[in-house]
Structures are given as structure tokens and as C-alpha cells.
Design a protein around this ligand. Structure first.
Ligand code: 13P
Length: 255
């Protein structure tokens, strides 16, 4: 991380975990553990039905509660979807878009990721845009090409001004939920490639200001090494964001 240029952000992605009661209990447990750790922003992205309980429990702290997805239309016949207008009406500022599980299991493409990103930004939200290569792509040596393409397509027609509200989460798909982690060198290299693409799209000043997180089995043991890398500006954390002590240790590593 390079705190002189950009904000470090440690975000939990709860995925399909925690009922409202469980979220309340978790936030109450984690709140004192991360209090006063001002060198990073702390966010938990929650299932829609859990957001209100998490927000209520987080009151009086610096913890922010986000969503895990958003639709690109304002309203209409999209059964099961939720719009950016609905989220902002509920006081939700952050949203994850393009997570690999959405791409893998729910048919999300770079095109729909781009539409969702533009809709969320237009509604004034802050986006955590996820991208990353699958195992075969890394083994075939095309990681840089894949993340470059995703960065360009997912951010198509997003303005330099709007980039102030975009966080990118580099998540190698082979490292998600597998216990496998990119080495700090791999994470640094690929986050650097993403920043180079941002430089080509928006210029160096904008690119240097964008927070790029690493995600993929970041935990209490490997966080410090990963976060020590200059282009790794935080983490998007799955499993370890469900255990207060583990999450606290990651926030500590970011101080
Ligand atoms: P894990 O930390 O469980 O590997 O999940 C990472 C992730 O998908 C965060 O979005």
C-alpha cells in the first residue's frame, strides 16, 4: 500500500452468510476490535436482507456497510434484482460488482458488469469492481492480458472523475475460497498491470489515486506481506471476514 497516494481499504465480502441476527452479533463483536484503526477504511458487504441490521449495529463506528451486487436499471421487470436507487435510499454507499462468483454462477459478463458499474456510479455509489484470471489463464501465461481486457471493458465509458468512486479488487479466481493465495510478488505484479492500464486510460494522476485491493484467501497470516506491496492497497476478504479476530488481524496489518 502507498498511503501517501491513496486510501487503504479493508472490505469483507460476507457472500451468502449471516442472517440479520448473526450480522448484528458479528458487528457488535468486531466493532471494538477495529475501533480507532484509522489508517484504513473498513467495509462489510452484506446480503441485501442483512444490510439494515448490520447498519444499525455499526452506528457510532466508522464501519461502512455495502451491498454485494446491484442491477443496472433504475426499476422495472427484473425479478429478484435490486437497483442502485433502492440501495442509496437505504443509505448504502458501497457495492461489489463483478465478483467471480457472479460471473461463474450467474452469467455475469464484462458487458453486464460495465452496465452495473455505470448505473451504480451514476447513482452516486462507490463501486468495488472485481476482476481476475482463472487458473488456466494463469497457467497459460495470459493473466496480464485477461486483467487488462477486463479493466478496459468493465470501465468502458466510466469517466476520470467517476474513478474517484471506484475501487478495484484483483481477485485471482483460483485463489478464492481455496486456501491458495497469490504470492505477494504475483499480487504486486498483477495489481501493477491493472494500474498501468488505468494510466493508459486516465493518466498517471488518476491511476495513482485508485485503491486496488487483493482478494483471494487473504487472511490473518498472509495479510501483512501482501499489504506491504506498493500496489496492493487493501483486501477484499471472504472467509476471514466472518471471524472477528481474523478480520481484526487483517485490519491491524493495514495500520
Ligand atoms: P476468500 O477470502 O474466502 O478466498 O474469498 C475471497 C473473495 O471472494 C472476496 O470477494
Amino acid at each position: 500500500m502507498n498511503p501517501s497516494k491513496r486510501r487503504t481499504v479493508i472490505a469483507g465480502n460476507w457472500k451468502m452468510n449471516f442472517t440479520p441476527a448473526e450480522a448484528t452479533a458479528f458487528i457488535n463483536e468486531v466493532k471494538p476490535l477495529v475501533a480507532g484503526k484509522n489508517n484504513c477504511d473498513v467495509i462489510f458487504c452484506a446480503p441485501y436482507v442483512t444490510i439494515a441490521a448490520a447498519q444499525e449495529a455499526a452506528k457510532g463506528s466508522d464501519i461502512k456497510i455495502g451491498a454485494e451486487n446491484v442491477h443496472f436499471a433504475e426499476k422495472g421487470a427484473y425479478t429478484g434484482e435490486v437497483s442502485a436507487q433502492m440501495l442509496t435510499a437505504c443509505g448504502v454507499e458501497y457495492v461489489i460488482i463483478g465478483h467471480s462468483e457472479r460471473r461463474q454462477y450467474f452469467g455475469e459478463t464484462d458487458e453486464t458488469v460495465n452496465l452495473r458499474t455505470k448505473a451504480a456510479l451514476a447513482a452516486g455509489m462507490k463501486v468495488i469492481l472485481c476482476l481476475g484470471e482463472v487458473k488456466d489463464e494463469r497457467l497459460n501465461g495470459i493473466t496480464n492480458e485477461v486483467v487488462s481486457m477486463q479493466t478496459k471493458l468493465d470501465l468502458k465509458d466510466v469517466s476520470a472523475e467517476q474513478m474517484k468512486n471506484v475501487i478495484i479488487a484483483y481477485e485471482p479466481v483460483w485463489a478464492i475460497g481455496t486456501g491458495l493465495t497469490a504470492t505477494p510478488e504475483q499480487a504486486e505484479e498483477t495489481c501493477g498491470v491493472i494500474r498501468d492500464v488505468l494510466t493508459s486510460m486516465y493518466g498517471a494522476e488518476v491511476a495513482e489515486g485508485v485503491t486496488i485491493q487483493y482478494g483471494g484467501s487473504m487472511n490473518e497470516k498472509n495479510a501483512a506481506e501482501l499489504l506491504a506491496k506498493p500496489n496492493v492497497d487493501g483486501g477484499l476478504i471472504g472467509g476471514a471476514s466472518l471471524v472477528a479476530e481474523k478480520f481484526k488481524a487483517i485490519v491491524d496489518a493495514a495500520q
